[in-house]
Design a protein around this ligand. Structure first.
Ligand code: SF4
Ligand code: SF4
Ligand code: FES
Length: 244
């Protein structure tokens, strides 16, 4: 199969042709921002941060869930994409208050990195929600703060696919969606959580963190890939795939 990436021709063997565009592009050394995606977790295409343009397509496509086709012409960094990515970042910020100045993740947050370091957004482009969401501090080790959650579902997937108990899930839709513990219980009352900490390791923001530990020391974004390489995946995340 032949594809074109930013006008450069690329010949893909059968194995590569079966990979996602995101995976092909990153192997080429292209930087594609990702929010919900994490290598090793089942891709769900929830945030659209990883968009690229494809010739002939009206809208940009999410590269983390799109496979290549023969003759595909992909553009990874057009002016349109730069503007879209800025707005996507701002939409993720805007859904919750994100009080960064009092956040343990301040300085180690993926959302902040996109906004200030990568897309150089100087000021707010939209109004942010001011709704105060609850914080579950009941677990002896971990905290879940909905004010900083971007609903990437990394925590849900790692709990289901690698930890196993599927303690975490999502309740509600649209702007009312939020992460829940078991049947919307307090974390300390969870009958299923095995306190393995995997969810805390993969959260891109300050929504999940370990008590009395620096966030920069507890993040392990390579952990799903590492566990997969050790054959620790429990089962494919079919329930979420059926929604997309
Ligand atoms: S600590 Fe482990 S078992 Fe508990 S919610 Fe997180 S990933 Fe699931
Ligand atoms: S708690 Fe963290 S990992 Fe889970 S959905 Fe929210 S931002 Fe993503
Ligand atoms: S990273 Fe691809 S849709 Fe979220």
């Amino acid at each position: 199969m032949r594809i074109f990436v930013d006008e450069e021709e690329l010949v893909l063997d059968d194995q590569k042709a079966n990979q996602t565009i995101y995976s092909i592009l990153t192997e080429l050394g292209k930087y594609i921002p990702v929010g919900c995606h994490l290598d090793g977790l089942t891709p769900i295409g929830a945030c659209r941060m990883c968009i690229v343009e494809v010739q002939g397509f009206k809208k940009p496509v999410s590269s983390c869930i799109t496979k290549p086709f023969d003759g595909m012409k992909i553009y990874t960094n057009t002016e349109k994409l730069k503007i879209y990515r800025k707005y996507l970042t701002e939409f993720l910020f805007g859904e919750r208050p994100h009080p960064c100045h009092v956040c343990l993740a301040d300085g180690s947050c993926e959302l902040q990195t996109w906004k200030f370091k990568i897309f150089e957004i100087k000021s707010r482009m939209i109004d942010y929600s001011e709704e105060d969401h609850k914080v579950d501090q009941t677990h002896k080790l971990y905290v879940l703060d909905h004010n900083r959650c971007i609903l990437c579902f990394r925590c849900v997937r790692i709990c289901h696919e690698y930890a196993g108990p599927h303690t975490l899930d999502v309740k509600g839709m649209g702007s009312n969606a939020r992460i829940v513990i078991d049947l919307d219980d307090k974390w300390a009352e969870s009958k299923s959580c095995i306190s393995c900490g995997k969810c805390v390791m993969v959260c891109p923001t300050g929504a999940l963190y370990m008590k009395n530990k620096e966030i920069s020391k507890t993040r392990r974004f390579d952990i799903p890939k590492f566990l997969e390489s050790k054959g620790k995946r429990i089962k494919v995340f079919e329930s979420m795939i059926n929604y997309i």
